[in-house]
Design a binder for this molecule. Structure first.
Ligand code: ZN
Length: 213
């Protein structure tokens, strides 16, 4: 597993032109497209559902990295898999059935991720380490290094979502993250700036010694 993945979150895109924005980010050199799904219940905000993921699927061949901040999550996993998501991440806080949710995602042929809210202890990951492809940490926090140690030699990506900028990226990568979700840092300035924004994030990540083993 080499290299740092830059994953712009379309939460920061112009929602009136989501397809065009996604295409522009792909052309600008993004590696994955991150999609934050919120339900107004598990989190206060409401964003979009599997229909939007399905609408964006034909627009790009990039990995669609779907982050489900919804509860309950299990009834919707199949719909997101059918929508064309490549990675589906659920929250450990979603209930007692985390293991079952992760197995359902993999059974549908998708990569399974698990996310932790900042207040959740990383020990919540201990019993699912062999059932996941990705761990998503919300915001820049001291757990990154501890989680990288827990991952050990497993082929699990460690993703940081929130607070990623060219200024913070070196330290995040040094701590062991290898997927950087970027919101305003990727989308600021409009489409003419996207390539420069991605390049700046990539340079910052590389300055930390971007190869994470
Ligand atoms: Zn996210």
């Amino acid at each position: 597993m080499t290299g740092v993945v830059i994953a712009p979150s379309i939460l920061s895109a112009d929602f009136a032109r989501l397809g065009e924005e996604t295409r522009a980010m792909a052309d600008a050199g993004a590696d994955w497209i991150h999609l934050d799904v919120m339900d107004g219940h598990f989190v206060p905000n409401i964003t979009f559902g599997p229909g939007v993921v399905a609408a964006l699927r034909p627009v790009t061949t990039l990995t669609l990295d779907v982050h489900l901040m919804i509860s309950p999550v299990d009834p919707y996993i199949a719909a997101f898999a059918e929508s064309g998501a490549d990675v589906i991440t659920v929250h450990a806080e979603n209930g007692p059935h985390l293991h079952r949710s992760l197995q359902a995602i993999r059974a549908l042929g998708k990569k399974a991720g698990v996310s932790l809210n900042p207040a959740t202890h990383e020990s919540a990951l201990q019993y699912v380490l062999d059932d996941i492809d990705l761990i998503l940490v919300m915001s820049v926090n001291p757990k990154i290094r501890a989680i990288r140690e827990m991952i050990g030699r497993r082929a699990i990506r460690l993703e940081v979502d929130g607070g990623v900028t060219p200024l913070t990226a070196p330290q995040i990568v040094e701590s062991g993250a290898d997927v950087l979700v970027a919101g305003s840092a990727a989308f600021r300035g409009g489409q003419l700036c996207y390539a420069d924004n991605i390049a700046a994030l990539r340079r910052a990540a590389a300055s930390a010694g971007a190869i994470v083993v």
